[in-house]
Design a protein around this ligand. Structure first.
Ligand code: PLP
Length: 401
């Protein structure tokens, strides 16, 4: 793990004030200063300790099952007349990329002497990944989850409870992810000394967007080595990932940001269509504002009220986007596309029938754009398969073709 803050002078990684271009920072109530400053002052030092790195790497290897395979998808490649590799985060313990980050943060929390962990969750994947590492380390775990999401995601609620976590319903607002995040922040304000808040994506006040990206950067670190081995070149022509808050995409892009030949494609959820009023295409629909402690692009009305997002996939149903992605878009380094609910469903069936892999609905959004990019037969394309589809079977079966 390379932990020095932006030693390369990169225009795309975080700067010393916690910004990505004009996005990021820490816009927090004064009550949160002690917690956030403690993290700002310590995260790079702790992450660079050899004992931390050893413990992190050992758990990624033997507990999560890393490195995750980079799979050459032959039949899918044939269909699009190019070379498509899937980064198999779906094969990780707990079924998605989220666990890379929760392992990193729980090790950090332990070194800061924290006894209690809180988290927010939408679909429940981050809640499960957090409850899992709390069981592993014997720490108390409280997960905030919108009341509606609790009803929609019953299997993940059951998993969290079996793992020993307390699941607290967020009953304000639309009773979904944004409201669960508000409740978690409120808890943190009330418990500043013994509690660490494990945020599940590259969102929130600095240092979270950078810290989470670094924990997820193992994805592109492995892709480089695996591509070198398979193709003789560590660089793909395209790196493609779906974006909710943007953590799997940040991990997939991390070690390619300063390689201009690599096209970075972020795929947002268009819901029923970007202009339908039922969308989560934050970058296209959003404008500059502050959400959950970070200055970034978010969906809001003219007077600054947050617009409720919509996506078939709960993991992409967030009205903001991580500041790193706002900056990649703003600087034109990144390419932002969006996929509708229907496109994602079709892509999920396509991957399942061509490769025998059932992807998470979130990941299906990334797969859905393969048809819209003009690849050359010689191109090397890496798609991050951020998670497996078990949690989405009910939705898939309803749309069975
Ligand atoms: C949570 C989740 C996402 C969206 O989160 P990011 O931070 O944007 O990666 C994507 N895919 C899966 C499988 C998820 O569980």
């Amino acid at each position: 793990m390379n932990i020095a803050i932006n030693t390369s002078g990169s225009a795309y990684h975080v700067d010393s004030k916690g910004y990505f271009g004009k996005f990021g920072g820490a816009y927090i109530p004064e009550m949160l200063y002690p917690n956030v400053e403690e993290l700002q002052e310590n995260y790079l030092r702790i992450m660079s300790e050899p004992s931390f790195q050893q413990e992190f790497e050992a758990l990624l290897k033997d507990y999560v099952g890393r490195p995750s395979p980079l799979y050459y998808a032959k039949r899918l490649s044939g269909k699009y007349n190019t070379n498509i590799y899937l980064k198999r985060e779906d094969l990780n313990h707990t079924g998605a990329h989220k666990v890379n980050n929760t392992i990193g943060q729980i090790l950090l929390a332990k070194r800061l002497g924290k006894k209690r962990i809180i988290a927010e969750t939408g679909a429940g994947q981050h809640g499960v990944a957090t409850a899992t590492v709390c069981a592993l380390m014997g720490l108390e775990c409280v997960v905030y989850m919108g009341k509606i999401d609790i009803q929609r995601q019953a299997p993940n609620v059951a998993r969290m409870k079996m793992l020993g976590a307390t699941v607290v319903p967020a009953t304000s607002g639309s009773q979904t992810l944004k409201d669960a995040t508000n409740e978690a922040i409120r808890d943190w304000i009330n418990n500043p000394v013994d509690t660490h808040y494990i945020i599940g994506s590259v969102v929130g006040p600095h240092p979270y967007p950078d810290m989470v990206a670094r924990f997820q950067s193992v994805i592109s670190e492995e892709i480089r080595l695996q591509l070198q081995e398979k193709t003789g070149n560590p660089l793909p022509d395209y790196a493609i990932a779906c974006v909710g808050g943007g953590s799997n995409a940040a991990g997939t892009f991390f070690h390619f940001m300063d390689e201009p030949s690599v096209k970075l494609v972020a795929v947002e959820a268009a819901g029923k269509g970007v202009d339908s009023g039922f969308s989560a295409a934050t970058t296209v629909l959003g404008s500059l504002g502050v959400i959950h402690g970070s200055k970034t692009l978010l969906m809001q009305t003219d007077d600054g009220q947050i617009v409720e997002p919509h996506s078939i996939s709960a993991g992409l149903d967030y009205p903001g986007v991580g500041p790193v992605h706002a900056h990649l878009f703003d600087s034109k380094r990144g390419i932002v596309m969006s996929a509708t609910d229907d496109e994602a469903l079709a892509a999920a069936y396509e991957l399942t029938r061509l490769e025998g892999i059932i992807p998470a609905l979130e990941s299906s959004h990334a797969l859905a754009k393969l048809k819209d990019i003009n690849f050359k037969p010689s191109d090397v394309v890496v798609v991050c398969l951020s998670g497996r589809g078990d949690k989405d079977l009910e939705t898939y079966i309803q749309h069975l073709k």
